[in-house]
Design a protein around this ligand. Structure first.
Ligand code: BGC
Length: 261
């Protein structure tokens, strides 16, 4: 369960703005930070190709302008982010590595405050506060199953950023090479076959971290009833609830609280 967002009297609606950057799309929306719901439409533009920092920053500025938003902005990247700087780049141009993303976006947005964080970390914050873990205290691990595996670890609502569990070696292979949803597609695996690999990866994580709850996110969590029942782990596994809005909501929350890695 996450901590409360302080009330900002200059913004009585308690709204924030989040942008979620992915390999194919850049999505942004105004978020109601009391409920975790999107306010109005989600704006989606294609990720520019090549997805260089300058090109993506322009796209982010376009979305914020189109929404008519003038406050602080939270932005996710599929990257490890420390001190606003991208340290890795998954599914975006490699020139992101070493880029001061916070300064870049702030510059593209007329100098306003920008918070930048990893995409799975943002989803974890959102699910913890508004979604699948809103009533759970203790250690919560969210995993996003997609092209790779993203991870977020929270303890009583406080994020331990940049965990990158998708890259943990499990029985001689990186976790995301065993159990990302792209592995299921590429190998044409049944849900049952794929769930066996997911169980194996989750077993490693639960033996090391003893979480109270796993949250399964990513597109494949929509079909959770086809595979979560096959999992053999001792820790409860529940599907993410905020679907494709989680990154946006978590980014907006991070911008509002200013709590970013
Ligand atoms: C990256 C993570 C990212 C995840 C989901 C992984 O390959 O290393 O930083 O959160 O993919 O996009």
């Amino acid at each position: 369960m996450a901590q409360d967002v302080p009330t900002d009297r200059s913004n009585p609606g308690n709204h924030g703005f989040g942008v979620d950057i992915g390999g194919s799309g850049v999505k942004g929306a105004v978020v109601d930070l009391d409920t975790g719901r999107l306010v109005g439409d989600r704006i989606k533009l294609l990720t520019p190709q090549p997805s260089t920092p300058e090109a993506v920053a322009k796209t982010v500025a376009q979305i914020v302008e189109q929404a008519g938003w003038s406050g602080p902005v939270g932005v996710t990247l599929p990257s490890v982010v420390t001190g606003g700087v991208a340290r890795t780049a998954a599914n975006i141009d490699k020139s992101w590595i070493g880029t001061d993303a916070r300064s870049l976006f702030s510059h593209a947005l007329d100098g306003r405050d920008v918070s930048v964080l990893n995409d799975a970390d943002a989803a974890g914050i959102a699910e913890d506060r508004f979604g699948a873990a809103k009533d759970t205290d203790g250690v919560v691990i969210l995993l996003t199953f997609g092209t790779g595996i993203g991870s977020a670890v929270l303890h009583n609502g406080v994020l331990l950023p940049n965990t990158e569990f998708g890259h943990m070696e499990v029985d001689g292979k990186e976790a995301e090479h065993r159990a990302a949803s792209s592995v299921k597609e590429r190998g044409d695996l049944s849900y049952k076959q794929w769930a066996k690999e997911v169980s194996r990866v989750l077993t490693r994580f639960e033996d090391l971290l003893w979480p109270d709850l796993f949250i399964a996110g990513g597109g494949i969590s929509r079909k959770h009833e086809k595979w979560i029942p096959f999992l053999t782990n001792r820790t409860p596994v529940v599907p993410a609830e905020l679907r494709n809005a989680a990154g946006i909501v978590g980014a907006a929350h991070a911008a509002k609280t200013g709590v970013t890695p």
